[in-house]
Write a protein that binds this ligand. Structure first.
Ligand SMILES: *Cc1c(COP(=O)(O)O)cnc(C)c1O
Length: 498
């Protein structure tokens, strides 16, 4: 056989699978149906000629086993946390225990109708109620809504709550929200959607909010500061209690982006630090499979004074222990999502929390330990722009490799050849050529060591053979995609080549 024939025959080994159209051969059928024992009716007779067609030109003709193998092989190219380490910083790609899936699929949970009256849905409401209690215990806050479907929607909900509270308190909602320059992009987007202006606040040399700058900026126009803690550099904002005090003295509120709770859960309660509003990313910290856009859940927890403004319906417990949905909240910002939120994600989060119990603290400590292990093992190979201690993630930069023309994207692409999902590139924005690495608590020492070996080997390659790194990935069917063309001139339909 020629090389090309071998490659085609063994395509599943080297990731060069043909398109299903290219495997098509005229007359092949996916399945053969048994002989009809009733009169035949054509689709055109049944549905009308205007709704049917005789021929779909170019439709692939392929046997059942070929179709099954084609899609099964493709499925093995998906990188997943179940496949290997997924160090995508900020996304907290931790292992999602199978027991969560088992619980979410139980009869009466997966099959409950969303319009079931509350009297007949006491079990599901109890699940939501228990999750609310668990999250309040973990955050140290007073009240919570489980409705928002993502971190970003939680941000919007929390800001709407602040807006409604300030209008109620002062007669006007104030004008702007402060955001550190290290913030996640969803923060300014949520601020703008709420109708506030964004004002940037810079980070100091330690990677934390510049406290003196904050003092200067907080005035009667400022509704809130949105602070991520630990921030996107993986650095704990040590002065958060002072930050809260400065804001409170001038009538402003502290919003905490809690997407990084994987560094705090079971150890620190944001409610004790002066935080007024925060969201959680259940799909990150509390283990729901995520990526590719969902599903997610972004509960918003608040201090007592903000409770009247939370979305409706609220789950209320009667004296006899029965639960009901209360929509009579005149100051509420309204409903932000149907059916109490993404129920399946909420169930998984509760299953995870109950399975761990107080062990949540151990998960947090292991996440921090793993990030610091990688930091210690890699800091002589890669530039560490901030020497402040790391929490659950560590941010390096490509400064050393850039001298040889190799950047963070090149290194990330080369990691694919070593069998790892890339880390997060080019974020946070305040680090030029950022390499943001979050191993999570799921990884063993052995897996961390393999990652360290890969990263050190790539650093070596960048020094001795930079073109090797710049041309990665070399192990995949396609190398570098033209991402601009893919967005601007997408080709969404296959056509036979002439
Ligand atoms: C992931 C993330 C968000 C947004 O959460 P989504 O659930 O993706 O909408 C916001 N802030 C930070 C710091 C994050 O890491």
């Amino acid at each position: 056989m020629s090389d090309q024939q071998i490659r085609k025959a063994r395509s599943h080994v080297n990731q060069s699978e043909d398109l299903i159209f290219e495997r098509s051969a005229p007359g092949k059928r996916g399945m053969a149906l048994p002989r009809l024992d009733v009169p035949a009716v054509s689709a055109a007779e049944a549905l009308g000629a205007d709704l049917t067609r005789d021929d779909v030109s170019g439709f692939p003709e392929i046997s059942e086993i070929e179709a099954v193998r084609h899609f099964t092989r493709l499925s093995t190219w998906n990188y997943a946390i179940d496949y290997g380490m997924y160090p995508l910083g900020s996304c907290t790609m931790k292992y999602n225990p199978r027991v969560n899936e088992f619980v979410a699929r139980l009869e009466g949970i997966a099959t409950e109708h969303p319009y079931q009256p509350a009297e007949l849905a006491q079990g599901c409401l109890r699940i939501l109620r228990d999750l609310e209690r668990a999250l309040l215990a973990i955050t140290g806050m007073d009240a919570i809504t489980l409705e928002p479907a993502a971190g970003a929607q939680g941000e919007l909900t929390g800001l709407l709550v602040i807006h409604a509270h300030l209008r109620d308190r002062d007669g006007h909602p104030r004008k702007k929200v402060l955001i550190p320059d290290s913030a996640h992009g969803t923060n300014p987007a949520s601020v703008a959607l709420t109708g506030y202006a964004v004002e940037n606040i810079r980070s100091d040399a330690s990677g934390q909010v510049d406290f003196e700058e904050l003092r200067r900026l907080v005035n009667e126009d400022v509704a809130a500061l949105m602070l991520t803690n630990p921030n996107t550099l993986g650095v704990f904002e040590e002065r958060i209690a002072d930050v809260a005090q400065v804001l409170h003295e001038r009538g402003a509120l502290l919003y905490m982006d809690g997407a990084n709770m994987n560094a705090l859960a079971g150890v620190v309660r944001p409610g004790d630090l002066g935080v007024d509003v925060m969201h959680l990313n259940l799909h990150k910290t509390f283990s729901t499979p995520h990526g590719g856009g969902g599903p997610g859940a972004g509960p918003v927890a608040v201090k007592k004074i903000l409770e009247p403004f939370l979305p409706v319906p609220a789950i209320v417990e009667e004296a006899d222990g029965r639960l009901r949905l209360d929509t009579e909240r005149p100051k509420s910002v309204g409903r932000v999502k149907a059916f109490g939120g993404n129920f399946g994600v909420l169930v998984r989060a509760l299953a995870y929390i109950l399975a761990y119990g107080p062990g949540i603290r151990q998960a947090t400590e292991d996440a921090v330990l793993n990030a610091n292990y990688l930091r210690a093992k890699l800091q002589d190979a890669y530039d560490l722009p901030y020497s402040t201690p790391s929490m659950h993630e560590v941010v390096f930069s490509d400064a050393r490799q850039r001298k040889n023309g190799v950047n963070t994207i090149d290194i990330a692409k080369r990691l694919i050849d070593y069998g790892f999902h890339p880390y997060t590139t080019a974020f946070p924005l305040i680090v030029h050529g950022a390499m943001m690495i979050e191993p999570t608590e799921s990884e063993s020492r052995e897996e961390c060591d393999l990652f360290v070996d890969a990263m050190r080997s790539i650093a070596e390659e960048a020094a001795t053979d930079p073109n090797l790194v710049k041309s990665a990935p070399r192990s995949t069917r396609v190398g570098r995609l033209d991402e601009v063309a893919a967005a601007r001139k997408p080709i969404l339909r296959w056509k036979p080549s002439e």
